[in-house]
Design a protein around this ligand. Structure first.
Ligand code: XLS
Ligand code: NI
Ligand code: NI
Length: 442
């Protein structure tokens, strides 16, 4: 097998916080038990195929910069796809993360028509099955690319032309089957171009109905083939369209309720999508757990001053700790995982940069997990929150929630009652608790 990452050892070792080895983990220790579970089972890391292997670093102003020889091989697209996959699995084996994720068109080249694209895909799914068997890497999720090709310029399920709806359905049919065959634990549907640019040409109500119909077809097919993984929508507020229909967790929750999809579809929350939507990442996680639709995470980071999806690798333990805390508080990732939907900067052109990026991302999330577990254990945060709502355990609170009070009865109560006494929200004190956990997590 061709060795692509020749300067990197066979396996990235764990060497502990005092290590100066740039190609070693300092915090991610797969077998270490934290809050009752091995770190690997808590974090369920995945590497994404699209940014790391299918892209060449091109941006809207300039051509690709990264050293990716398989992308140049245009005369033999399937040969190039095999070469790309060999490099990807070499990377996975060396990094040692348990999972990967792909789009159908990342792993196999688009053909002259659907039948040829599908035949290419079948070849590469076989190839992936063999690599997975050999290396033990598992599939966190698969997904269909329903946005790159120009045929999808006006959307997939929400397209004004039903032929495009059919095309998208055909692709999802094949990709869901492949995900099932590869033992995928989830199947993701990011909205891609399901949104609009202008109402002058858009029938918003009709497009949402089409989207609801599409999801029912996916749910029916999932059950027909016996796929037991979760179906996940990935909310994003905008980009590429100005108005994406799956804006955020709350919008997806409303959509799932309106189209009777609750229990069948969950969410894949991406950090940079949450922040673009004007939310804290932790808010989106808490909103998903509250709605009963939490599914999985696309781990990355935005940039405080750039208003687009920059997909950096996560580097801030301070930012990730409150999010990991919400995940633990919600009961953990379940069948979801932390997929690095993140890309190198355009100037990071050396082969081993891909390792440094993932090592940093994994160490950041591992350390955030340690800090979050400490917060969960310490009781300070939990106690403060319980205390804050203590009134609801009393007689009045219970009667209100049981439906035993009316506006009038509450007016009568308030006429007699003493003036309510506000209590401190203690935000700064609680923030100090978080800072202490970040400091002490080891
Ligand atoms: C784009 C999305 C995409 C999905 C998979 O912003 O994050 O990469 O994760 O289609
Ligand atoms: Ni994503
Ligand atoms: Ni994204």
């Amino acid at each position: 097998m061709t060795e692509f990452f020749t300067t990197v050892p066979d396996r990235i070792p764990y060497e502990g916080p005092d290590s100066d080895n740039p190609l070693a983990f300092r915090w991610y220790d797969a077998d270490r038990v934290v809050a009752g579970r091995r770190m690997e089972d808590h974090l369920r890391f995945a590497v994404c195929y699209w940014h790391s292997f299918a892209s060449d670093g091109a941006d809207i102003f300039g051509e690709g910069t990264w050293d990716r020889p398989w992308l140049d091989d245009a005369s033999d697209p399937l040969g190039a796809a095999r070469h790309k996959m060999a490099a990807a699995f070499e990377f996975f084996e060396k990094l040692g993360q348990p999972y990967w994720c792909f789009h159908d068109r990342d792993i196999a080249p688009e053909g002259a028509d659907f039948a040829e694209s599908d035949a290419n895909f079948a070849v590469m799914v076989d190839e992936a099955a063999a690599h997975m068997e050999r290396t033990g890497t598992r599939l966190l999720w698969g997904t269909a690319n329903l946005f790159s090709n120009r045929r999808f310029q006006a959307g997939a399920a929400t397209n004004p032309d039903p032929e495009l709806f059919a095309y998208a359905a055909a692709q999802v049919c094949q990709c869901l089957d492949a995900t099932h065959r590869l033992g995928g634990e989830n199947y993701v549907l990011w909205g891609g171009r399901e949104g609009y640019e202008t109402l002058l040409n858009t029938d918003l109500a009709r497009e949402l109905d089409q989207l609801g119909r599409f999801f029912h077809l996916v749910v029916e097919h999932k059950h027909a083939i016996g796929f037991e993984g979760k179906l996940l929508i990935e909310p994003k507020p905008f980009e590429p369209t100005k108005h994406q229909y799956d804006f955020d967790v709350a919008a997806v929750h409303a959509f799932l309720q309106k189209y009777d999809l609750m229990g069948e579809v969950h969410v894949n929350i991406e950090v940079n999508h949450a922040t673009l939507g004007g939310h804290d990442f932790a808010h989106e996680i808490a909103a998903a757990f509250a709605a009963g639709i939490f599914g999985s995470i696309d781990a990355n980071a935005g940039d405080d001053r750039l208003g687009w999806d920059v997909d950096r690798f996560p580097v801030s333990v301070e930012q990730m700790t409150p999010a990991m805390f919400e995940i633990l508080r919600g009961g953990g990732l379940g069948s979801g995982g932390l997929n690095f939907d993140a890309k190198l900067r355009r100037q990071s052109i050396a082969r081993d940069d891909l390792f440094h990026a993932h090592i940093g991302g994994m160490d950041t999330m591992a350390r955030a997990l340690l800090a979050a577990a400490m917060l969960l254990d310490d009781g300070g945060l939990k106690g403060a929150r319980t205390e804050r709502y203590r009134g609801w355990e009393g007689d009045l609170g219970r009667r209100i929630m049981a439906g035993d009070e009316s506006l009038e009865s509450l007016r009568d109560h308030t006429l007699e009652a003493a003036e309510p006494q506000p209590l401190s929200g203690r935000q700064e004190q609680l923030e100090n608790l978080v800072a202490r956990a970040v400091e002490r997590a080891r």
